[in-house]
Write a protein of this length. Structure first.
Lengths: 535, 216
């Protein structure tokens, strides 16, 4: 298979070696790997906290940890997973790797800024890890004042500074994406030929740019209040703790779309490739990405949470309908990425529809702050976002590494994750409906059966997450050589060798068609090298 | 290698594309900055409408003269910055350096005056925290005013300090002959940044020093 000529070909992985060539790289593909490694680390750190939470909830009594420790566990689980895994995961890993490849550019517009954002992310992560090591923080990931600013005796300032710093990593990544998508598209790559993955990242980047600075200054004010006694959120001086909540959710509600939009971009690519069909309603999906951004933003401006949470359902539903319409009469194959994509659609639908329960005021009074809410947002953040992330990693793994992962194991892992996830979180809907409140380490004995089910599911889920870690690392060395276009997909990123050369394309491609031309037999018709186009 | 400095990085097709990308990047960054300061402006407006008398009374403790002089200094620095950008666009090396240095001097004067103001506030116990002391019944709300005063002007001063660092590197780069008629993007972009920081002050000055002053 691996001929001597293939062996000698220069690509971004073998162009030079050594730790320094990685830590000082400005190649977007290598920076994606740097992110992948650290993001994976934080995923398992956050998972460790979750494990301890589920172990404590195995019994109704507080026998494993004290109440204070439990508060710290769920806080640090939330902080790690949201700010250090979910927000950077798809944009910083897959987006970083794929956007230049998908639009036919040699790199992002600002490669050094891209590397700088990784270091900023690391610095923020170190602050937060230091806070965890020093004894943790117990405010909940939302840092509500005045508890966070005055009363909490834990390491709020350190954690908040860590998140503040990491925010600038997101801002710079978003800035880089926006400028790259605007100015560096290859000849013929018009806006409406852009893959939906790129559209999703464009919308996400706008939220990064406009939302993140607001939470940065808000958390900075909390830190200043703790360290120097500023009184902006201090009710003793007439300050308003609610102002903090509004400023916090100005970012954190759109942040839900930061976490889910890139995943939707991934799913749009997977569904089309594995049903061998042009995506249904390209324009609708592209614009529904931007619509989500708009309906997310104005939630705070107008305080009509209920109505706007309902409105968010419309672009979400548009996407789900378009994906299912794409499947209709498609020639579907069930490779591992497709299993993740189908899992995503199902879990996202459940997560989305239960969101409507919460937006309906009458029901919300009943299930507010119960495990119903926990189950709802885990269906979106884990059931959807993590599924999309894993699906994307599997789909583009041959492109990133030049190797194939073991398909049967991967399908098994996808099924294990789907089953484990549902066993973990579906009982929590029931628990919430029956009235179990969130954020307590003890509960009435009648809830034990459902909690044991949930913890059992979490164990299965953990197995499902460790499995890909193992076989993907294995495949780096022992996987079959993948070749240029492992899935016979039509996107521009598949028209360059795997792994791609440092400059991505040997000749700047000229784009003649959009990325979903599955009705065309020969991909050569879609792209031409510059020379061919001039002839 | 040719005699000309590398005018565009490898990821760009040509210098025009690089210029467009850098330009857009700076504007996007400024949009972020607007949102960054926007959070504090929102908080200010909210409390100003909640405690109008305390804010009016507290704003009388700010030094109107020093604030006015500082506004003038900053506007002059924007003028010299604009002249530096123009000099860069027509490729005159000495004027670029002169105007950049003038901008740096004016920026430093601004920070010096600001520091004097902070020092006076510190001696008058108007810095929020345990040492805060304020005559009159509106003390606690006045502390919120001074919280905003220090947070907003402090964040602005931080941006000034970063700007001075950027200007200094520009002076060094200009002296080394890095800029020409065909390549002067960094001067233009730092100019944009400097004008932005200036405009933030143009909003801060009336909001903190002027509005409601007559109400006492």
């Amino acid at each position: 298979m691996n001929g001597p000529i293939e062996e000698r070909r220069q690509h971004y992985l073998n162009v030079n070696y050594g730790l320094k060539s990685w830590l000082l790289t400005t190649d977007h593909k290598r920076i994606a790997w740097l992110y992948l490694i650290v993001v994976t680390f934080f995923f398992f750190v956050g998972g460790l906290f979750a494990t301890l939470i589920r172990l404590e909830l195995l019994t109704p009594q507080g026998d494993l940890v004290q109440a204070e420790t439990y508060n710290k566990l769920f806080t640090m689980h939330g902080v790690t997973m949201i700010f250090f895994f979910l927000i950077p995961s798809i944009p910083a890993v897959l987006g970083n790797f794929l956007i230049p490849l998908m639009i036919g550019a040699r790199d992002l517009a600002f490669p050094r800024l891209n590397l700088a954002s990784w270091y900023i992310y690391i610095l923020g992560g170190l602050f937060t890890l230091a806070a965890a090591a020093a004894g943790g923080v117990d405010t909940g990931w939302t840092f509500y004042t005045p508890y966070s600013s005055i009363y909490s005796n834990t390491h709020v300032a350190l954690t908040v500074i860590g998140i503040f710093i990491t925010g600038f990593s997101s801002i710079l990544t978003g800035l880089n994406f926006i400028v790259t998508i605007h100015t560096m598209r290859a000849p013929g790559m018009t806006w409406f030929r852009l893959p939906l993955f790129v559209w999703a990242h464009y919308a996400t980047s706008i939220i990064f740019i406009l939302g993140t600075p607001v939470i940065a200054i808000t958390l900075a004010l909390v830190a200043l209040e703790r360290l120097f006694g500023l009184g902006i959120f201090n009710p003793e001086l007439g300050g308003d703790p609610l102002l903090f909540q509004h400023l916090f959710w100005f970012y954190s509600h759109p942040a839900v779309y930061i976490m889910i939009l890139p995943g939707m971009g991934v799913i749009s690519e997977l569904i089309t490739c594995f049903s061998r069909k042009r995506v249904f309603g390209y324009d609708f999906i592209a614009f529904s990405s931007l619509a989500m951004f708009v309906s997310g933003q104005s939630v705070y401006a107008s305080m009509i949470f209920s109505l706007l949470s309902m409105l968010v359902a419309i672009p979400s539903a548009i996407k789900v309908f378009n994906w299912t319409a794409t499947l209709y009469k498609g020639s579907i194959s069930f490779d591992a990425p497709m299993l993740y994509a189908l899992g995503f659609i199902g879990l996202f639908t459940i997560g989305g529809l239960t969101g409507l329960f919460l937006a309906t005021l009458g029901v919300d009074v009943h299930v507010h702050d119960t495990y119903f809410v926990i189950a709802h947002f885990h269906y979106i953040m884990v059931g959807s976002a993590v599924m999309a992330y894993l699906g994307g990693i599997h789909f583009w793994w041959p492109k990133m590494t030049g190797r194939k992962y073991p398909e049967p194991l991967a399908r098994l892992a996808a099924v294990i994750i789907f089953l484990g996830f549902n066993l973990t979180f579906f009982p929590q809907f029931v628990l919430g409906y029956l009235g179990m409140p969130r954020r307590y380490h003890v509960y009435p004995p009648e809830f034990q059966v459902l909690n044991v089910m949930s913890t059992a599911g979490a164990s299965i889920l953990a197995l499902g997450y460790v499995l890909p870690l193992a076989y993907l690392i294995w495949s780096l060395r022992y996987g079959a050589v993948a070749g240029m276009n492992a899935w016979k997909a039509r996107g521009l990123e598949w028209q360059t060798p795997s792994p791609p050369p440092t400059d991505n394309f040997d000749v700047t491609p000229v784009v003649l068609q959009e990325a979903y031309a599955y009705d065309v037999d020969e991909p050569e018709v879609i792209y031409a090298s510059e020379k061919a186009a001039h002839v | 290698m040719s005699d000309f400095p590398a005018i565009h990085a490898h990821q760009f097709d040509d210098a025009a594309q690089q210029h467009e990308a850098s330009w857009l990047g700076m504007w996007v960054f400024l949009a972020t900055e607007v949102m960054f300061f926007g959070g504090m402006f929102l908080g200010y407006l909210l409390y100003r409408t909640t405690y109008p008398q305390a804010f009016a009374s507290a704003s009388n403790h700010l030094d109107l003269w020093l604030g006015t002089i500082n506004t003038a200094v900053l506007i002059c620095s924007s003028f010299t910055m604009a002249l530096a950008v123009r000099a860069a666009q027509i490729g005159q090396k000495r004027p670029i350096i002169i105007f950049l240095v003038l901008t740096i001097v004016l920026g430093a004067v601004f920070l010096g005056i600001k520091f004097t103001e902070y020092h006076v506030k510190f001696e008058e116990h108007l810095v929020p925290g345990s040492a805060f002391a304020y005559d009159g019944p509106l003390g606690s709300s006045a502390e919120i005013f001074f919280s905003f005063y220090f947070a907003m002007t402090g964040m602005h001063a931080l941006h000034m300090i970063i700007g001075l660092g950027l200007l200094t590197t520009l002076v060094v780069k200009t002296a080394r002959g890095r800029f020409s008629v065909s390549y002067n993007t960094p001067v233009e972009l730092v100019g944009l940044y400097w004008h932005f920081v200036d405009i933030v002050w143009i909003f801060l000055f009336p909001l903190l020093y002027l509005v409601g002053r007559h109400l006492r």
